[in-house]
Design a protein around this ligand. Structure first.
Ligand code: XLS
Ligand code: NI
Ligand code: NI
Length: 435
């Protein structure tokens, strides 16, 4: 059964190709250093966007035309969509996928029925995976769509909702484990608040800490050794999300003693909404040993919401890959296309063209970042810039050998200070040479 009969396996044709259904830069087995592109770029498809997205907006209905639209039985449609996902993955040569529990199987009238629906689709998925190189990058639970989560899930004012969310995450971790998932993601969909006038912030934060601790305990109990990831986002759907950026999440995880169990899943568009660049978030996570995985998409700098566009900006992809290379890679995380097509790109072939554009941008980013890193141009500039900490008083500061009294004495003797240029424009020009 083929859902996209007119789409071939996507070939690599090189930078001069004008074929929209061919890669210009992504060549899975091309070696960059000691690793293939495929191993550097652990691409993943996001089930919710690619398979479920109807491409509606607040002013109009969905425009997406999908080969499974005519199947009316929800379970039959769920199976067709999963089969279609595997066809897309195979044709693009993408080895990973991610889903929320409710993306892949419909809710039933009771939680028990919902779990049975999920089990049936999970079994179906496992059979599709068998004998293919396709793997689950991460699973997660949708704790934000259903009206029961109107006031949050782990941070709801209603303890019954906390319990329901716990049951749902328990199941989602078990399913992720069963499918061999290498990570499990927590994005705090409605874990935040609209107004402080009705909110017990202290209790909500403690409850979120309790919830994540219970998740860690359950994972240990069932032998799930995948990496837990927390995905920061500052707003949308709630006005204030608790997991607003890497720094906030890091502080939260430290407070609740969870840093040993969690890393970050970083999304470009979320960084932009937080008033950061993607590189800032990646760097902040990296230097704190918290860089786990990436949702590669891109936000519109003129719009204040999560537009989740395909990442096609080569400059940004280069700087992102520079962080990944300096992190020693992203495994067991990956690069998940948490991105959807624009409402006007509604044909099935746009799914392929969109992902090709994203994969090519990241392949170019990888090549540029590799060359930039190999050259050592930025690193040697930075080393030189901080050279004052390698000897003399700087080294004493770093070694913890001096305090304010000694520094005051030093400063009184050395109060004529000379600084050197930061050379920002020169450095931006260096990066551009590698694009
Ligand atoms: C929403 C988030 C979401 C997570 C998974 O903005 O990006 O899609 O990646 O729950
Ligand atoms: Ni995301
Ligand atoms: Ni997002």
């Amino acid at each position: 059964m083929s859902y996209f009969a007119d789409i071939p396996n996507i070939p690599y044709e090189g930078p001069d190709s004008t074929n929209p259904l061919a890669f210009k830069h992504y060549r899975a087995d091309e070696r960059i250093g000691s690793m293939t592109m495929q191993d550097h770029l652990r691409f993943s498809l996001a089930y919710w966007h690619t398979m479920n997205g109807r491409m509606s907006d607040p002013f109009g209905v969905g425009t997406a035309i999908r080969p499974w639209d005519s199947i009316t039985d929800p379970m039959d449609q769920a199976k067709a969509r999963m089969e279609a996902l595997f066809e897309i993955l195979q044709k693009l040569g993408v080895r990973y996928f991610c889903f929320h529990d409710r993306d892949i199987a419909p809710e039933g009238d009771t939680l028990a029925q919902t779990n049975r629906n999920l089990d049936e689709i999970v079994e179906f998925t496992k059979n599709l995976m068998d004998g293919t190189p396709i793997r689950l990058l991460w699973g997660t639970a949708c704790l934000f769509t259903h009206p029961r989560f109107v006031h949050g899930a782990a941070t709801s004012c209603n303890a019954d909702v906390f319990a329901y969310a716990a049951a749902q995450v328990k199941k989602a971790i078990e399913v992720t484990h069963y499918l061999g998932g290498t990570n499990y993601v927590f994005w705090g969909g409605r874990e935040g608040y609209e107004t402080l006038l009705n909110t017990d912030m202290g209790l909500e934060l403690d409850n979120l800490g309790r919830f994540l601790t219970m998740a860690v305990d359950h994972a240990r109990e069932i032998g799930f050794t995948g990496q837990f990831l927390i995905e920061p986002k500052p707003m949308e759907p709630t006005k204030h999300q608790y997991d607003s950026d890497v720094a906030a999440c890091h502080a939260f995880l430290q407070k609740y003693r969870l840093t040993d169990y969690f890393k970050m899943n970083l999304e470009q568009n979320h960084a932009v909404l937080a008033g950061h660049t993607f590189s800032h978030e990646l760097r902040y996570a990296r230097v704190n040993g918290m860089l786990g995985s990436m949702d590669v998409n891109q936000g519109d700098y003129l719009l204040g919401w999560d537009t989740d566009q395909m990442p096609t900006d080569i400059h940004e992809a280069t700087l992102a890959m520079y962080e990944v290379l300096n992190n020693g890679g992203i495994a067991p995380g990956g690069m998940n296309f948490d991105a959807h097509l624009r409402r006007g790109s509604f044909e099935p072939s746009d799914i392929f063209m969109g992902h090709i554009a994203g994969m090519d941008a990241y392949a170019r980013g990888l090549k540029s970042a590799w060359a930039l890193k190999e050259s050592g141009e930025l690193e040697s500039f930075i080393k030189e810039r901080y050279a004052s900490y390698e000897g003399g008083i700087g080294k004493q500061i770093v070694d913890g050998a001096v305090g304010f009294k000694e520094l005051e004495k030093y400063a009184l003797e050395h109060s004529q200070i000379t600084n050197t240029s930061g050379r920002q424009e020169m450095l931006e020009g260096i990066v551009n040479r590698y694009l």
